[in-house]
Design a protein around this ligand. Sequence first.
Ligand code: GLN
Ligand code: ZN
Length: 767
Amino acid sequence: MTIAHVLGYPRIGADRELKKASEAYWKGDIDRQDLEAEGRELRRRHWAAQREAGLDLVTVGDFAFYDQVLNVSTLLGAVPARFGAEHEVARGEVDLDTAFRMARGRAPSGEPAAACEMTKYFDTNYHYLVPELYPRQRFQLASTRLFDEVAEAREQGHAVKVALTGPLTWLWLGKGRGDHAEAFDRLSLLDGVLEVYDQVLARLAAQGVEWVQLDEPALVQDLPADWKQAYERAYHRLQAAPLKLLLATYFGGLGDNLSLAVGLPVDGLHLDAVRAPEQVEAVVDRLLPHKVLSLGVIDGRNVWRADLAALRGRLVPLATRLGDRLWLAPSCSLLHVPVDLAAESELDDELKGWLAFARQKLDETVLLGRALGARLSADDEARLAEAGVALAARRGSPRIHRPAVAERLAAVRDADSERASPYVDRVRAQRRRLDLPLFPTTTIGSFPQTAEIRAARRAHKAGELSCADYEARMEAEIEGAVRRQEALGLDMLVHGEAERNDMVEYFGERLDGFAFTRFGWVQSYGSRCVKPPILFGDVARQAPMTVRWSERAQSLTDKPMKGMLTGPVTILQWSFVRDDQPRATTCRQIALALRDEVADLEAAGIQAIQIDEPALREGLPLRQAEWQGYLDWAVDCFRLSAAVAADATQIHTHMCYSEFNDIIGAIAALDADVITIETSRSDMELLDAFRDFAYPNEIGPGVYDIHSPNIPEVDWMVALMDKAAERIPVDRLWVNPDCGLKTRGWAEVEPALANMVEAARVLRRRH
Ligand code: GLN
Ligand code: ZN
């Protein structure tokens, strides 16, 4: 009998119950007991769903009030000193509010302190709290939550498998802090960490737990030699635990870590057979005869229904070979997909038939497991057949395949990604036309999304505000934004993006090939969720998407108005995309649609067009060897969107992260006339990469942090720009904030921008 299990289930709740409860707790609307009760209820429901679907084991340990990596930090007593939790650690129970303070800087009880850093978990859009590591750091078992949850699940009569981030991945995700943090060797802490893992495993064994899944996705990345050795050392030690260990790897193939992973003394190994199916054979050939192989065959990172018949064909020989040593699961935790398709009342049945969310993926896993057995009930046969029919329909559907899109893509030539002239020539045409001062000032695009704007959008969606009235409101907002920018004295204006709910959704709603869910929420961090569009078919633009707003805005002013688009890579990256063609192909289709928009904006008299690519960097593959291949097509897609612009049309782009060193060549290859970036918190040191590369085009290094409500001082911004001017020639520098201003209020935006404009004036006098 094939065991069916999951590496983890979404904890947020089908109706985002966890989000609502946590936020209510933080606000003081509910108390601790209520919050804990909601957590218990969600766990109960999620285990029940797993059991009901027919999984053989329910997974405990995937629940977190904020983040599963933070859970391990508290489990290990790794609470930075500034949170003043020594007594809690010594007592062996870090308080929930301490964990919340680590995550958010404050909680209903305890002193506020600087929150821990948050960053993306591998190549997902999920953010974890970065463990802070110090030389000679001590660890001790400092939370009983995991054990309590195990007891809870057992009381509910479940067969339990525990899931826990493995010790090496936890260290891998951590960062050295304090003096000499750069040189700090995280592995120096391994023994201390393992000591606590020993205790955790012993205690779980004493509770009667048979299997513990240790998540070690770091094994799909490039590991230095000492880390590989550390894996050997760690797992040789942990194998002494009186229970069975399942080593879980996902998000990619083991690659050069394959022998290492296969050889570790554990009782089972989980592979991602969706992202890296080719590794399965090699592992099976080398698997010791007592080990379990858990195959992640259902896609845990995407929303498509699985091709169960094809999987059955592939897996039957393996099942014959491995017998009940073969386990089945989704490729990774289902944390990364929405909860339940059944809630989607507004998606049409045909499209729904192509999809599977977390709850449906449980059923798929179980059904596939049964399909490998000797006999399938008539019911199961029918369900399998139904899946096959739906997939065949998807493969042939005219909603997905638009011949015109394929033809256009096939006709694209290299020259289509080239501007007519190189930057040195374009810049002359642009300066003649735009007539901007030295240190031109601009903003990144969005202005405050006020309560009135959001209320108008809600009323419009609910049918309470007519299209005409809604548009009139947005036009009034745009006019207000233009007037304010003129009064502030900015040089290049923006329309303010009032009409956009979200920078990807706005475009997806206007393009063929995208669908939107009502409840398709996926946890991004803590209580924050995103609802990515589903890109199911060939992408085509029926009509201009932004032109009327930009045109209207331009008509209100003599200053140049920047058109504002979301770039192809970012639209791709922040959507669930089709799995029936390469990502590069999908991205090219988006690029062509945007190219038409660029052409239309230009034809409407827009002289500068910004194509935002904040997600370019996060698309980087987990293995360095694959970076160049990705960057090649990603850069080409951007260029394909932009290159239709005439020389005199200035193409801007924007990115808001602070690591450019290793991708600066690709950034330069975008060949945007102007790039605006986040720099204010790096003291302009970020520009070293641009200087060292001799980055040839214009740069607007952000001069103030838009995440903070503080009003930046003139002198401070001047000083930052002076530092920028040490690195970049002054005639190629712009003055702008770090990012868009949609999350701020006008009361902060106006004085901040007034100071920024004043700073530019000071700079002009000086240079
Ligand atoms: N133009 C967008 C804005 O100003 C850019 C947002 C982003 O970089 N994420 O909001
Ligand atoms: Zn930004």
